[in-house]
Ligand binder design. Structure first.
Ligand code: SAJ
Length: 400
């Protein structure tokens, strides 16, 4: 039996996927609300294909509890945030989960850490905890992208880091119960590093696109046309600029390398700063465009989208939240906000209906390219529009 510890964005789909492929799985979470909701037959967040996967896992007998189970295999998928000052990984949740596992697990159990950690974290923080136990440690960093998690769980290649080949192969066989991609077995430190490097690669490449957007804005060039043409070169593949980088991965993991190697990780450091500067850049664009159009009332400006990217309900580190924070700091409150995926009231001046939102604003800033706005572009014809993604082809639209 596999006991999955932490039933969040990674743990829940992983537990459901394994269970639906015939592995006996118990999911454990210390949050009683999460466990109660799952036991009531409801998933805790929205994700394409998750509800169907949940039903299949229930049919195969998956269970959810607050208790750690006595078994031979544990998967730890708890948060691994970073310390905003030191920029280093904060492994406290991972360590706490491992300690709780050690209270119940038998000798020779396998503990698989899926949470993203910086290279050396397992040696530094987890090995001291297990030194008096006979435990097989494994790092199997998750790789799935919110918005397409179920598909990617099935099809992405996986990395398994282990201390010995036998453990690595055994865990690879467990993941092969559902994973159709290649499963590479390596050592733990390499697995730690690959995961952080993958997200850093994307962060640096997004920063490059964002920097190009700033250069092009400075001299009134069309960054989208330039990227489109450059990408026709056989060895160029530039990503897209945007209003900032959110989520709990690309905006966090590269900082681990900056925190651990401050004198070496220069490109990474600058890239992260560039990405973090984008919400302020958008705010400045808002002021510029207001001035150009003789608009003086910031409360007639509306931000469309609160989540960190399209068609998910995850707001962690979202560019809109970053922009609102910055706006508060500039003592210019009043922006209106709407997101179809956020049903709770989480910020000031928030709307829960697209038409009501649009009727109260003259200037719309597209901060997230949810399908909803793509399908309702005609409702923006009378508005001033700042489109942060180049998705709106109405005349007179502004870009970042
Ligand atoms: N973004 C841009 N321009 C782009 C692409 C993305 O501005 O061209 C922005 C998005 O709008 C968003 C942020 O970057 O705010 C991150 O979104 P994302 O879709 O690039 O990635 P995440 O954070 O949802 O998921 C990433 C993935 N990592 C990589 O693609 C290398 C995923 O595979 C990881 O599993 C996940 O991080 C994780 O959990 O680590």
């Amino acid at each position: 039996m596999v006991n999955v510890i932490g039933l969040g964005y990674i743990g829940l789909p992983t537990a459901l996927m394994m269970a639906s492929h015939g592995v006996e799985v118990v999911g454990t979470d210390y949050n009683p609300k999460v466990v109660a909701m799952l036991n009531a037959g409801k998933t805790t967040f929205k994700e394409k294909g998750l509800d169907e996967l949940f039903q299949r896992a229930l049919e195969k007998g998956i269970r959810f509890t607050e208790d750690y189970q006595i078994t031979d295999t544990y998967i730890v998928s708890v948060p691994s945030p970073y310390d905003k000052f030191s920029k280093k990984v904060d492994a406290c949740y991972v360590v706490a989960a491992v300690k709780k596992v050690l209270e119940v697990c038998p000798e020779n159990a396998t503990i698989i850490i899926e949470s993203t950690v910086s290279p050396g974290t397992i040696d530094k923080h987890i090995r001291p905890e297990i030194k008096n136990h006979n435990i097989n440690l494994v790092h199997a960093p998750e790789r799935i992208i919110p918005g397409n998690m179920v598909y990617e769980l099935l099809h992405n290649n996986r990395t398994i880091g282990a201390d010995d080949k036998e453990t690595g192969d055994r865990v690879a066989a467990l993941y092969a119960s559902f994973c159709q991609g290649q499963i590479v077995v390596t050592d733990i430190r390499t697995a730690e590093m690959t995961k952080v490097v993958e997200n850093t690669f994307r962060a640096v490449n997004i920063a490059f696109a964002n920097e190009l957007a700033k250069i092009c804005r400075h001299d009134n060039m069309d960054v989208y046309e330039i990227i489109r043409i450059c990408n026709m070169h056989p060895r160029v593949n530039i990503l897209q600029p945007g209003p900032g980088v959110g989520g709990h991965c690309i905006s966090v993991d590269p900082w681990f390398l900056v925190g651990d190697y401050p004198s070496l990780a220069k490109v990474i450091d600058e890239s992260m700063k560039t990405n973090e500067s984008m919400p302020d850049f958008v705010l400045n664009r808002i002021y510029e465009i207001m001035k150009e159009n003789g608009l003086t009332d910031i409360s007639r400006v509306g931000l469309y989208g609160l989540t960190y990217k399209e068609n998910v309900d995850d707001m962690r580190e979202s560019p809109t939240l970053q922009l609102l924070e910055s706006q508060e700091r500039h003592l210019a409150p009043g922006l209106k906000v709407y997101d179809p995926f956020i049903t709770d009231d989480v910020v000031k001046n928030q709307y829960h209906d697209l038409d009501a939102f649009l009727s109260d604003v003259d200037f719309v800033v597209i901060m997230v390219k949810h399908n909803e706005i793509m399908e309702n572009m005609d409702k923006l014809t009378e508005k001033t529009v700042l489109d942060c993604f180049n998705i709106c082809d109405l005349p007179g639209v502004y870009h970042i």
